[in-house]
Design a protein around this ligand. Sequence first.
Ligand SMILES: *[C@@H]1O[C@H](CO)[C@@H](O)[C@H](O)[C@H]1NC(C)=O
Ligand SMILES: *[C@@H]1O[C@H](CO)[C@@H](O)[C@H](O)[C@H]1NC(C)=O
Ligand SMILES: *[C@@H]1O[C@H](CO)[C@@H](O)[C@H](O)[C@H]1NC(C)=O
Ligand SMILES: *[C@@H]1O[C@H](CO)[C@@H](O)[C@H](O)[C@H]1NC(C)=O
Length: 246
Amino acid sequence: MILGNVAFSVFALFLAISIDHTSSQCVKQSSCTCVFPNGEGYNISSLSTDTLKSIPVSNYTFAFQPCRNIVMNIVSTNSECNKSPGVSLCAYSKIQNQTYNFGTVEETTFEEVQGIETYTALVLKHESNITYIRLICCETCENPRLVMNHDPKFGQKNHLTLMSVHTCKIKMVSTGLSTGSFLVILLFIFSGIYLIGGALTMKFLRGATGLEMLPNYAFWSDFPSLVRDGIAFTFSGCKADSYDRI
Ligand SMILES: *[C@@H]1O[C@H](CO)[C@@H](O)[C@H](O)[C@H]1NC(C)=O
Ligand SMILES: *[C@@H]1O[C@H](CO)[C@@H](O)[C@H](O)[C@H]1NC(C)=O
Ligand SMILES: *[C@@H]1O[C@H](CO)[C@@H](O)[C@H](O)[C@H]1NC(C)=O
Ligand SMILES: *[C@@H]1O[C@H](CO)[C@@H](O)[C@H](O)[C@H]1NC(C)=O
């Protein structure tokens, strides 16, 4: 029974921690898919064939392949964009006639970006440079479009928008049950087994009747006074002898 109590406590703790960890982030499953805790998510793997190019803004152009690293020979310079295994996002500066690695698929995450409104973005963090690529659902777009949001402070922080029929939030997982609700159901099942199994054990092994059939009856009936002791102990400034046990 002591073992049962320990197992039960560990399980309850595990439950509390896992509920605490239930976030609303879209968790990356593969380079091109992610799933929210509610089973919705994004699958942009249909964009794995073309490299998307943005219209130049302030003489800068971005080339983007969301699903894999590819070699992008925009200009033949000694840039990481040109070297195998390549990059996911490459920026070209017309003035410098140079390309820069702005991130690989390994440096990409799906994030819920908090702003005036919250939106889902692919976030590429390459060393100190960070690029947010907002995913916008466009049911009428024939071809995917990559747009630079505004005149960027090119380099450290960049904002792009990716519009396509493939960047819509969709149902990814058919089972409606989240990990959290699954664990709550498990908790009820285990509580039931603990109470009923415990009661039967006490009745048939020890011939207990009434309330004494409750498993660990002594412990639970002591529980309120243990809590009272604990509170009294805390309020007395943790002096052990300040409370007389009856
Ligand atoms: C994502 O979409 C592709 C193409 O439509 C499909 O083959 C693939 O199974 C999908 N992946 C997931 C995880 O839904
Ligand atoms: C873009 O480059 C051209 C020369 O190639 C230059 O005249 C122009 O001012 C540049 N534009 C910006 C916004 O830097
Ligand atoms: C850019 O650099 C490449 C390689 O160094 C060179 O071949 C090309 O002519 C340059 N282009 C411009 C517009 O300067
Ligand atoms: C960040 O991007 C700029 C290009 O604007 C580049 O010069 C710089 O080297 C990049 N920084 C890192 C750490 O990659």
